[in-house]
Design a protein around this ligand. Sequence first.
Ligand SMILES: Cc1ncc(COP(=O)(O)O)c(C=O)c1O
Length: 364
Amino acid sequence: MHRIRYVNLSVKDKNLKKAYLNSLNKIFNHGIFILGPEVDQLEKKLANFCNRKYAVATGSGTDALYLAIKSLDLKQNDEIITTPMSWVSSTNAISLNNVKPVFVDVKDDLNIDVNKIEKMITKKTKAILFVNFTGKICDIKSLRKIAKKYKLKLIEDAAQSFGSRKYGSPSGSFGDISCFSLNPMKVLHSLGEAGIVLTDSKKIYEKIKILRYAGTVNKENCYFPSLNFKIDTIQAAFVLNNLKNLNKKIFIRNKNAQYYIENLNNKIKLPVINKNEIHSFYSFTIVAPKRDELKDYLIKYGIETKIQHPILIPNQKAYKNKKNKDKLKNANILVKKILCLPINENLKFKDLKYIVSKVNNFYR
Ligand SMILES: Cc1ncc(COP(=O)(O)O)c(C=O)c1O
């Protein structure tokens, strides 16, 4: 049977393997395994790529979000508006800073519904943490208008959207603070855990740098209690290698997406790419009637799909007892229908054809 995995992260490309090993050798030689020169290089490169002044690489995307919020010095009972549809880290980063997450419903593109934000703003609202879910950038013009009107900070959870662009600007440039995950599932990735925070504010940058290293300045003087959020030098080096293949990957992912868009049955709602945007297609998420049956049907034919993510954050055990004003009607409908089809750059044309034929057969 034809078997298609959702992703296969094993390193098959000989040149890439060689580049990784070369990087490791360099690091073995200089021996600076923590905050080595590769970390500095990565911070400079990604700041430059995203048109930002400052970058602080972290141990994970979760660390990046946690530190971004921490740097704002918010008070207990302050509120941050966010989306229910994301990986749980987006909200955990808010809660662990003793701030209340306030969820606002999503639109059919799976991103926060900007038209529903204003009525959720209170005196306690201090920021909006928006997520570029699936890699699609949110309605940034409206978010900026709201943030300006109510003097709110914008935090961009760009964990899924490295390489996406809107109105000519890259993801990572849209928040007062922007955060990426660089874990192995991401389009730009390390070979383990890694993340990065970007900002144009010197004050925020300096604070996050201190917070990353146990709250210390010059390594020994602790200014604020904090934990250890540093990235490994080795992971920074792997990300630097992968940056070289980024454009090619995004090109192939878009080609794959185009094939799906042109050929999949019209009973499915497909991602929409607008004129003024580039989508990096972290995931190709469809909204599919009879989603669970479709998923089971595809697995019978050897096709692995993913539901990212099957539980809305406010419905997670950790958040279930907390009241939320917005009933999140659309999100509650969509979460039962979303399904990610394989989209990665290693798929062959025959794989895509096979997936399309099986999905379309299901709906026949
Ligand atoms: C939207 C979103 N936010 C945050 C994270 C957390 O990133 P990490 O796994 O690197 O901690 C992820 C990772 O999957 C994510 O998809």
